[in-house]
Design a protein around this ligand. Structure first.
Ligand SMILES: *Cc1c(COP(=O)(O)O)cnc(C)c1O
Length: 471
């Protein structure tokens, strides 16, 4: 394992070891059901791991959203939760934490990230307007389109090459951004930077790119926002990879990022390490004022917005724990990075550099013999469950769906399988187990068979589709 530097506590770590900066207080039993049972369950559930019961999963790497383990301090906050309908003390504490860390004055609570998107887009987007940015997250894009806006993807080209080394694959292509602003003069709703960029593999955006984007956007008199679900991980990558940031604290880097934009939409289920919650944070009181009635209608009164008082307490505490550098180092480098590099050592094709919250297997290179029309990522996903009770998630042809005009399958450039690591949940032994299982599958990869639909739902097909094997 990597050599730890002198940490924030001032402890000089000479040893070639790095241990997690927390210990376990509560445990939850997990169980590996026999292989014969796993095969049976998968067949009964149409080769779709979304249909499986959680109790039949051994290691659940479906998502990092809301699946993190809360700390003792967060649980203590749960007891302190003030459930007053209006003026809750817990809201005040949450608002203070968000203001303190981000510098944004106005805070609207929402039940989760997509609640923020719904409220925000209803005000900010008029039909026909565009929202340029790096690759938008799927619910974000769906909300933009729902109010008849259009998302424009300005991600840099390097992102599509899964082996090409680039420290900031989430960066915006600034020429492309400027072109889209030019072509849509007076028709831009706002510009959105997703940090880290989930859709392209949890890849970060550099401070330089954020600053240059802000300059361009200002020239066109357009507002700039973060989709900030993983803002802390992005700041950590800046500290690690961008020149001039090694000596800055996480607090300073986060603040410097936030100073470039007009506000952020936040799914707190990621970097604030809560099971449910989110917010919109803004610099400008006028936008806040206009969002309030929509927020009250959609999410609830402005001092709870779909959250319980106890959730807001946990969120307030989680904001601080999420930007703790020792925690980030352990999660990003020694868990996600470790898993990715161990798989790479075994020759397994993964997106590199490894992203912030997940390892992405490049399935086009893993299963050379299965064409995209036979859902290779889904087939591999099923194989990991059969081999080791691991639940991963398909980010490929199944998720991409069909072209609404032609009805044809969309075959995405990147056919991926995502192994998402919940925060503070699994140990290194669990990750080593995952490496062993995937290595075993890698060795017999040629025997894996493609899939065909038994049932294909008309929308969001990945959640409910069922399949059979092509023998
Ligand atoms: C998860 C996520 C969202 C949506 O948030 P939910 O809490 O799942 O509704 C939006 N953007 C990004 C980048 C996300 O990762």
């Amino acid at each position: 394992m990597k050599k730890a530097e002198k940490n924030e506590m001032g402890i000089d770590d000479d040893a070639e070891i790095f241990a997690p900066p927390y210990k376990t207080k509560v445990v939850e039993e997990i169980c590996l059901i026999p292989k014969k049972e796993r095969i049976k369950k998968l067949k009964e559930n149409g080769f779709n791991v979304f249909n499986l019961d959680a109790e039949d999963i051994f290691i659940d790497l479906l998502t990092d959203s809301g699946t993190g383990a809360m700390s003792d301090k967060q649980w203590a906050g749960v007891m302190r939760g003030d459930e007053s309908y209006a003026g809750s003390k817990s809201f005040k504490r949450m608002k203070k934490a968000i203001q303190d860390i981000t510098g944004f004055k106005y805070v609207l609570p929402v039940h989760q990230g997509r609640g923020a998107e719904q409220v925000f887009d209803e005000l900010m987007i008029k039909a026909g307007q565009v929202v340029p940015g790096n690759a938008h997250f799927d619910t974000t894009k769906a909300h933009i389109e729902y109010v008849n806006g259009r998302a424009i993807d300005c991600t840099i080209a390097e992102t599509l090459d899964t082996e090409k080394h680039h420290p900031f694959k989430g960066n915006l292509n600034l020429q492309k951004l400027e072109k889209s602003l030019n072509e849509n003069k007076d028709n831009v709703a706002y510009v959105l930077i997703t940090i880290t960029c989930n859709t392209v593999g949890g890849q970060p955006v550099s401070m330089e790119n954020i600053k240059k984007t802000a300059e361009i956007v200002k020239k066109y008199n357009v507002l700039l926002f973060f989709d900030g679900a993983r803002f802390a991980e992005n700041a950590y990558f800046i500290k690690k990879r961008e020149q001039g940031y090694q000596k800055k604290t996480m607090r300073e880097i986060v603040k410097e990022m936030m100073d470039c934009v007009d506000g952020m939409l936040m799914s707190a289920k990621k970097d604030a390490i809560v099971n449910m919650g989110g917010f919109i944070a803004l610099r400008d009181g006028e936008i806040y004022k206009q969002l309030v009635p929509i927020a009250i209608l959609r999410e609830g009164f402005i001092t709870y917005g779909g959250m319980n008082g106890r959730d807001m307490e946990a969120l307030a505490q989680g904001m601080y724990e999420g930007i703790d550098e020792r925690y980030l180092e352990y999660y990003v480098d020694n868990q996600v990075g470790y898993l990715g590099e161990e798989l790479h050592k075994q020759g397994i094709p993964v997106i590199r550099p490894i992203g912030g919250h997940a390892v992405f297997i490049d399935v086009k290179k893993f299963l050379l013999h299965i064409p995209q029309s036979q859902f290779p990522s889904q087939a591999l996903c099923c194989e990991l469950y059969i081999e080791g009770g691991i639940r991963a998630v398909e980010i490929g042809t199944l998720l991409a769906g069909r072209n609404p005009d032609t009805g044809e399958n969309i075959y995405p450039e990147l056919e991926l399988l995502r192994l998402t690591i919940p925060r503070r949940v699994y140990s290194k032994d669990h990750l080593d187990y995952v490496v062993k299982v995937i290595t075993k599958v890698w060795k017999h990869r040629e025997s894996i068979k493609g899939l065909e639909f038994v049932y294909e739902p008309p929308i969001l097909r990945h959640f409910q589709a069922t399949f059979k094997r092509i023998e």
